[in-house]
Design a protein. Structure first.
Length: 277
């Protein structure tokens, strides 16, 4: 009888230990998921702060038809990217400067000047896919350094348990560093090449040819030295080098996107928009 009781006790103890281990693992996993969600929320917060600064600097084109088309077009590509923990948002910067910006949290801004150089939907798809590459590879946040040693995600993990004001101050610091990275330093050449490769791979995986995007870059190269290319030239590798690397990956057996009436309407709005000096 005593042996039976001992065996029963040990069996119950074993069950409790197993249950306890599972519970601990579940708690650890839940904590990890909560931390990831918090990181994403803070990333979005930083993106919103930087978006507000850029919008204040250049202004946003307030044309509903053009904005709706760009968002529908962009989100149709973003749907097939790895990062589905964020909502992607697209806007048109009211400047003739030729450039596009990917911000933390899924914000993508394309300048009016860049869109005026676009001749077909394939080129537009390439521009957007390139910016999606920066976001999905987390280039901007992995490169933003505060206190030298830590990137955004390392810092966030350190401060999430702290007072709300500390977290807010951290977000403000990071937004300033992100703005500096975008407008002054630019991404590392390796990041730009990786974003180009990401764009080509994404488009070709969706059976979209990439030749139009390469032709778009060639057109920018042919513009030569121009004041509207100053920011692009200062923050990107030479277009010639980018084109050479992209041609190596080009699949000529995939057709480019067909031009639709919606794209024609979009381009008409873009081309007819004039910025008041």
């Amino acid at each position: 009888m005593k042996k039976i009781i001992i065996k029963s006790f040990l069996s119950i103890l074993l069950v409790l230990l197993v249950f306890s281990c599972k519970t601990m693992e579940q708690l650890k996993e839940q904590r990890r998921l909560d931390l990831e969600r918090e990181k994403t929320l803070k990333e979005i917060e930083v993106g919103q702060a930087v978006f507000a600064k850029i919008a204040g600097k250049y202004g946003i084109l307030k044309n509903q038809e053009a904005t709706e088309y760009l968002n529908k077009f962009g989100k149709s590509l973003a749907f097939y990217t790895e990062r589905q923990d964020i909502e992607y948002f697209f806007a048109i910067l009211n400047t003739e400067q030729i450039n596009a910006y990917s911000l933390p949290g899924g914000y993508i801004l394309i300048s009016l000047g860049a869109l005026k150089q676009v001749k077909n939907p394939g080129a537009l798809a390439g521009i957007i896919a390139h910016e999606l590459g920066h976001i999905n590879k987390k280039h901007i946040l992995n490169n933003v350094k505060i206190e030298v040693r830590y990137n955004f995600f390392e810092l966030l993990a350190r401060f999430l348990a702290g007072p709300k004001q500390i977290i807010t101050n951290l977000a403000n610091q990071i937004s300033e560093k992100v703005e500096e990275q975008l407008f002054i330093k630019g991404f590392a050449n390796t990041d730009e090449f990786e974003a180009d490769l990401y764009a080509i791979n994404l488009l070709q995986a969706l059976n979209i040819g990439s030749k139009n995007y390469i032709d778009y870059l060639k057109d920018l190269q042919n513009i030569g030295e121009h004041k509207n290319l100053e920011n692009l030239d200062a923050t990107h590798p030479k277009i010639e080098t980018r084109v050479e690397k992209l041609i190596e990956k080009l699949d000529n057996n995939i057709n480019d996107l067909k031009t639709t009436q919606n794209f024609i309407n979009f381009k008409k709005i873009i081309d007819e928009t004039r910025i008041e000096k």
